[in-house]
Design a protein around this ligand. Structure first.
Ligand code: XIL
Length: 374
């Protein structure tokens, strides 16, 4: 089979349309190509490739999974949403239903039903599942936070409860999750270990404990440390680098560095995402972008939407250019169900598709970047 595609690296200098044979080796330039400028040729060819395929189809040949967070009520009640999760993505993350408050709202009573539904949906659609998350400081059950606050649950018991939680949850999904966010947001914006009940009661060793327990509970899952504001080179990302170095030195089973990728056009973007990814890969980790969205101060306009597309592009290119960036997950794909307006007052429009599932410039950028990379 002959595949016609464009060589991405040649874009700026002398873009040529080449035809690749089945082995991927460039053949002679296509004779019938009209003599028009290379840049135009490239754009149109990419456009055609991107337009006719879903992100999932385009990502297939890149070796990188393309994922989305899934809102379970939208999945159940909105047929368009449901269809797009299946057709546009080959990886899914539970936006909420694997979090502790959802799984164990009452102590000792585990409710896996919604998360099991997602796992079944993924299986039916040939998708992989990212697990999110075994430890966080938010969305904890009130019996747990109240118990700690009142002193009913002391440090020894808390450690036992946490260990049990890992074996309950990672054990339940054993073999069905390809990547687990084992700990989420454990470093704060001052690049210090975050001041949470976990650090206060258990000390810094809880992080290594979490990875060791998770590895016992699900030995095949890739175990991730995950956070926001670590997509470029900054003090917080440096703190993660040092932490991972220490964990590796201590032979802790940690396999991946997850960069959430919650960006905002009003903050600008750090163009050094690839360097950051590469330094973590040099430590022996794989990497992933796990929760990408790019918000803006409302209302959207063309410059903001173009800037947004650029933000998505920076992270996606970093992933595609890196050696071991295994998945690129967006935190929802339509503005219809985004978490952003509820949390960041006056901001929104953070996703690839608008509220009516219309494609925004960011979708075009993601699509064309995948078309070029594949
Ligand atoms: C958010 C969900 O999108 C919301 O629906 C929920 O109310 C709060 O959590 N970082 C994370 C995610 O790791 O779990 C968060 O998800 C967004 C920020």
């Amino acid at each position: 089979m002959k595949v016609t595609r464009v060589v991405a690296g040649a874009a700026v200098a002398a873009a040529v349309l080449v035809s690749l044979n089945a082995t991927g080796a460039p053949a002679a330039p296509v004779a019938s190509v009209p003599a028009v400028p290379g840049a135009i040729l490239q754009e149109s060819a990419t456009q055609v490739a991107a337009d006719s395929k879903t992100l999932r189809e385009l990502a297939k040949r890149t070796g990188m999974k393309i994922g989305t967070a899934v809102d379970m009520s939208a999945l159940a009640n909105d047929a368009t949403y449901n269809d797009k999760v299946a057709t546009e993505f080959n990886s899914v993350t539970a936006e909420n239903v694997m979090k502790w408050s959802e799984i164990e709202p009452t102590r000792g009573v585990l409710n896996f039903a919604p998360a099991d539904q997602l796992v079944a949906y993924a299986k039916a659609n040939g998708q992989s599942v990212r697990g999110h998350t075994l430890l966080w400081h938010n969305q904890l059950p009130t019996w747990l936070t109240d118990g700690v606050a009142s002193g009913d649950i002391d440090a020894t018991e808390l450690r036992q409860i946490l260990k049990q939680h890992v074996f309950d949850v990672a054990g339940h999904f054993r073999g069905k999750i390809y990547q687990w966010d084992v700990v989420n947001e454990v470093i704060d914006d001052n690049a210090q270990l975050r001041d949470t009940i976990w650090l206060q009661k258990l000390g810094p060793g809880y992080i290594a404990d979490m990875f060791r327990w998770a590895h016992q509970a699900d030995p095949k899952a890739k175990l991730y440390i995950n956070d926001y504001n670590v997509e470029g080179l900054n003090a917080k990302a440096d703190a993660y680098y040092a932490l991972v170095q220490q964990l590796k030195a201590d032979r802790v089973p940690i396999h991946g560095f997850g960069m959430q990728g919650h960006l905002g056009v009003q903050f600008g973007f750090d163009g050094r995402a690839l360097q950051n990814v590469q330094r973590f890969e040099a430590l022996g980790l794989e990497t992933s972008f796990t929760e990408v969205d790019v918000r803006m101060v409302m209302p959207p306009d063309n410059p903001k939407l173009q800037a947004q597309a650029n933000g998505y592009g920076i992270l996606l290119r970093a992933c595609l250019l890196a050696k071991r960036c295994t998945s690129f997950t967006v935190w929802g794909f339509t503005d219809k169900y985004s978490w952003v307006p509820g949390v960041f007052t006056g901001q929104g429009a953070a996703n690839l598709l608008d509220e009516n599932y219309g494609q925004k410039p960011a979708y075009q950028t993601v699509s064309q970047t995948l078309a070029l990379a594949g």
